[in-house]
Write a protein of this length. Structure first.
Length: 624
């Protein structure tokens, strides 16, 4: 048994490393045709899925290994068939042979099964429901019905075109996203993740509620590269959550801070989450434009979180970690500060117009080169193989989500469901944009329950995106709106995966962590509405307008955070909290009248508290 386990581990390593080398080659020398690059990418993923995720985890035996081995062989044959015959498929205009139908049917089944093993049941159930809709929709009455799709036509459309399984999401996964996952693997292998935590500790560890602020800073740094809220919680939270609890934060609050900070990594430039690359491809714009547009909302998100963490520390009377117990900033920078150079180069290359794939590849090479400056970070053969392997094993969630979402995309385009959904939403909202936005936000949160951000975004945007555009929303604002709510599904109960991961480490009630996380991330639930109506918050407009909107939004975060936490210059009463929440919302929404109202509200409550505090001090002074 031990020998068999070693063989399996070795096979996983070989396949994962080969997958990484394939993507490095195509990133440098050019990607293959879509019906070559994407099937090869998916074939590698299937092999790793069926090796790493057995069909019966609780009942291991030779027959289980035999079944998984059969799945590996059949899935690879089904996909390599496309690679070998894609020119012939093009010449016959995509007409399917009987063999194509059989192999295509197997690929659809393997996508559903592979997704179930990696991500659980929700996404395969959604995709299966769409397949049934395609096959049985002709029996449905009214607007929901369609003329019907035969099984052969469905399989052919999904398997032989780039409109189904091999559509744009899997294409982005097979190019940009994989390279950045691999980049993250190189950062971990070189010790950059540990450096981020030391760096954050040296900056914020000594402040009031230091460990919570460290969680915010380190999770923002690491999350923007990892792109996975749950992985970020597990990675940085195992260090920060126990520290927060030891300092005096409630377990539920500690778990929530880490969950919110980790979720925000997906909306924080320069790298953001995997879905940001899909946004760029769907809109046909450079990725850097998406990153720039997301900058102000991301800064507001983390500023509000940091401020609310600070207020909680004041309320509880928490102090920071003694400076002597913390790493020294300059020593940390001197020891491993060079590990930041690849991240700086990445931003530079993206800014000057290099493709995300080239920028990610060369930044990865920079990590490897700079790691040799110190022995402690040197990436020798063992660390290099570990990094390459991490790329293969770390991409499976995204690959399965994109492939399974491709099934949904295929059904939507083949049946015309997208247009029907748009019509239904517009009719239900009576063309009233705020109501339509709310319907789509709820759809995004529901579809995001238990699936990755990428999958939730793709599923919602193909249904809801056309609605928003028809109602006059800028395409970039529409995509970012859906993207934000897809990210927020990770901390929104009842299925809040990032919050549950934080609860597990904190030893707290998952629902308590989830609802606390929602309160801490309230700014993220609000800002998307405002940048839809006032795109100045996504840097669409005059520079002076952008600067003023940013300034007032920061004041709005202060007012809103104080109102929610019940603390400004001192404890707040119910009326004062209500006034501050209203003022905060007004300040975050760009507009001269709302800004004046918000400033007046914040100024009034601040003045009253300052006068009250001055009066108390005068009274105490006279008393002494």
């Amino acid at each position: 048994m031990a020998g068999g386990s070693r063989i399996k581990t070795g096979l996983i390593t070989v396949v994962a490393v080969a997958m990484s080398l394939f993507h490095i080659y195509t990133a440098q020398f050019g990607v293959f045709s879509a019906l070559v690059q994407r099937p090869v990418h998916l074939a590698f993923a299937f092999v790793l899925i069926f090796l790493l995720h057995p069909s019966k985890k609780e009942k291991k035996g030779w027959w289980v290994d035999l079944l998984d081995g059969l799945f590996i062989i059949l899935s690879v044959i089904s996909l390599i068939h496309l690679v070998v015959t894609f020119k012939e498929i093009v010449l016959r205009g995509g007409a399917a042979t009987q063999l194509d139908i059989w192999l295509g049917g197997l690929v659809i089944l393997f996508v559903l099964e592979g997704t179930r093993r990696v991500l659980g049941w929700p996404l395969p159930i959604i995709a299966s429901a769409f397949i049934l809709y395609a096959l049985l929709g002709k029996y449905m009455p009214g607007l929901w019905g369609h003329r019907g799709v035969s099984l052969e036509s469905l399989i052919s459309y999904q398997y032989l075109t780039t409109e189904g399984i091999f559509s744009l999401p899997l294409g982005v996964s097979a190019t940009f996203i994989y390279i950045f996952i691999l980049f993250g693997g190189f950062l971990v292998a070189s010790g950059t993740g540990e450096f981020f935590i030391d760096f954050a500790n040296s900056i914020a560890g000594h402040l009031k509620g230091g460990p919570a602020k460290v969680a915010v800073v380190s999770s923002a740094c690491f999350g923007t590269i990892s792109g996975s809220a749950v992985a970020n919680v597990v990675g940085t939270g195992s260090f920060t959550i126990p520290l927060m609890k030891r300092l005096g934060y409630r377990p539920a609050f500690a778990g929530a801070v880490e969950a919110v900070a980790s979720t925000g990594g997906q909306i924080m430039p320069p790298v953001m989450g995997a879905a940001a690359f899909i946004i760029a491809e769907m809109l046909g714009i450079p990725y850097i434009q998406v990153a720039i547009a997301a900058a102000i909302p991301a800064i507001l998100y983390y500023f509000a979180l940091m401020y609310m963490v600070h207020l909680e520390a004041i309320r509880l009377g928490l102090k920071g970690i003694p400076r002597e117990d913390l790493p020294n900033l300059w020593k940390s920078l001197k020891a491993r500060g060079y590990l930041l150079i690849p991240a700086i180069l990445l931003v530079y290359w993206l800014t000057v117009g290099y493709s995300p794939m080239k920028a990610g590849l060369w930044s990865m090479g920079a990590v490897f080169v700079f790691s040799f400056l110190k022995r402690i970070t040197r990436m020798g053969p063992k660390k290099l193989i570990e990094a390459l392997k991490r790329g293969g094993t770390g991409c499976l969630e995204v690959v399965t989500a994109c492939a399974c979402a491709g099934i949904v995309i295929g059904v939507v385009t083949q049946t015309g469901l997208g247009l029907k959904f748009s019509t239904l939403i517009i009719e239900a909202s009576k063309g009233f944009l705020p109501l339509a936005l709310t319907f789509i936000a709820i759809t995004s949160l529901i579809l995001g329950m238990g699936v990755t951000t990428s999958a939730a975004y793709i599923l919602t945007i193909i249904l809801g995106g056309p609605v928003l555009v028809r109602l006059g929303v800028l395409p970039l604002a529409a995509h970012l709106f859906v993207f934000y709510y897809s990210c927020l599904s990770a901390i929104t109960p009842p299925v809040a995966l990032a919050a549950y991961a934080g609860a597990g480490i904190a030893g707290a009630n998952p629902f308590s962590v989830g609802f606390t996380a929602m309160r801490l991330a309230l700014i993220a639930y609000i800002v998307p509405y405002f940048f839809v109506f006032q795109p100045v918050l996504i840097l669409q407009g005059q520079f002076s307008d952008i600067l003023w909107a940013f300034f007032t939004a920061v004041l709005g975060c202060i007012a809103l955070g104080s109102g929610l936490m019940g603390q400004l210059l001192g404890p707040l009463g119910i009326f004062s909290r209500f006034v501050l929440v209203a003022g905060g919302l007004a300040l975050i929404k760009p507009g001269i009248y709302t800004d004046l109202f918000g400033m007046a509200a914040l100024g009034l409550i601040s003045s009253l508290q300052w006068i009250e505090r001055k009066g108390l001090r005068t009274h105490e002074h006279r008393g002494t």
